[in-house]
Design a protein around this ligand. Structure first.
Ligand SMILES: NC(=O)c1ccc[n+]([C@@H]2O[C@H](COP(=O)([O-])OP(=O)(O)OC[C@H]3O[C@@H](n4cnc5c(N)ncnc54)[C@H](O)[C@@H]3O)[C@@H](O)[C@H]2O)c1
Length: 259
């Protein structure tokens, strides 16, 4: 989904893109692929290796992005981890509980912290929509939470609690920095066909069917559908949405019963 998001921003006309992942090779591939779909004649993209669970590493990555391009207008914090296998709540080892938390909660905290610090230092960016009553913004941040932030994934306690936390983290950051012109929101995808979902613990044809039966569209999301939602919500056209947790889940959480 991170890759799809990078490509959607490139298609939407951004001037520059920084692709970051703990897997440097895949970040590089995405940065290269983005050049092929970019809509801005001056488009540039770079790749940076970062482990989001390492605070110093995240600071260095954000500093490098600002040093290279001068400012950061849009951030999408997409990376996350589910864990290696499904386990009942009481069978979850503390190490696994803390390990997932370290990526999905601490990592998202570090990213938001240094992205906000960078945005605070930059001027507000006027657009044709800017007016006396609709002020220009300093930047937008979208955190990838999950439909598992409103319902619990069976056997996914460690994951579920981190995604609920992601909504709270988003609201806390938005509350403290909204008046500085920094708009922070969370996107909550439903099941999306990504490499991560394909290796989803316990994934099986029957498991996939259960997921599809419980979703009113009866299909998985394409990564690009989530990516396009992220770009839409990042737009200055969306200037009054702050601290929101937006479900993009194909109806997965609409009802307790399905036809
Ligand atoms: N795929 C789904 O069905 C689904 C549904 C709801 C929410 N989500 C959330 O959406 C986001 C993206 O999911 P996905 O399915 O594309 O995942 P994925 O597993 O396909 O990709 C995750 C990416 O994160 C990177 N990553 C992992 N740990 C990292 C770290 N410590 N530092 C930096 N990068 C790291 C991986 O290298 C990989 O490129 C996640 O936050 C996930 O929890 C996914």
């Amino acid at each position: 989904m991170g890759k799809a998001t990078a490509l959607s921003f490139a298609e939407a006309g951004v001037r520059a893109l920084v692709c970051a992942d703990i897997n440097e090779e895949s970040a590089k591939q995405t940065a290269e692929e983005a050049k092929g779909v970019a809509d801005n004649a001056q488009f540039e993209s770079i790749a940076i290796k970062v482990d989001m669970s390492n605070e110093e590493g995240v600071k260095t990555f954000v500093d490098a992005a600002v040093a290279r391009f001068g400012r950061i207008d849009y951030c999408a914090n997409v990376a996350g981890s589910f864990g290696r296998e499904r386990k009942k709540f009481a069978d979850t080892p503390a190490g696994e509980w803390l390990g997932i938390q370290n990526i999905n909660i601490n990592g998202v905290f570090y990213l938001n912290k240094y992205q906000i610090k960078a945005m605070e230092k930059q001027e507000r960016l006027s657009t044709p929509l800017t007016s006396a009553t609709r002020p220009a913004e300093r930047g937008s941040i979208i955190n990838l939470s999950s439909a598992a932030a409103v319902i619990a994934v069976p056997g996914g306690a460690a994951y579920t609690h981190t995604k609920f936390a992601s909504n709270g983290l988003t609201k806390a950051a938005a509350q403290d920095h909204g008046h500085d012109g920094i708009r922070i929101n969370a996107v909550l995808p439903g099941y999306t066909m990504t490499p991560g979902l394909a290796t989803f613990p316990g994934a099986s044809p029957e498991g996939a069917q259960k997921i599809l039966d419980a979703n009113t569209l009866h299909r998985f999301a394409e990564p690009k559908e989530i990516a396009d939602a992220i770009v839409l919500l990042s737009s200055p056209r969306n200037s009054y949405m702050i601290g929101a947790s937006i479900l993009v889940d194909g109806g997965q959480t609409i009802t307790a019963e399905n036809e």
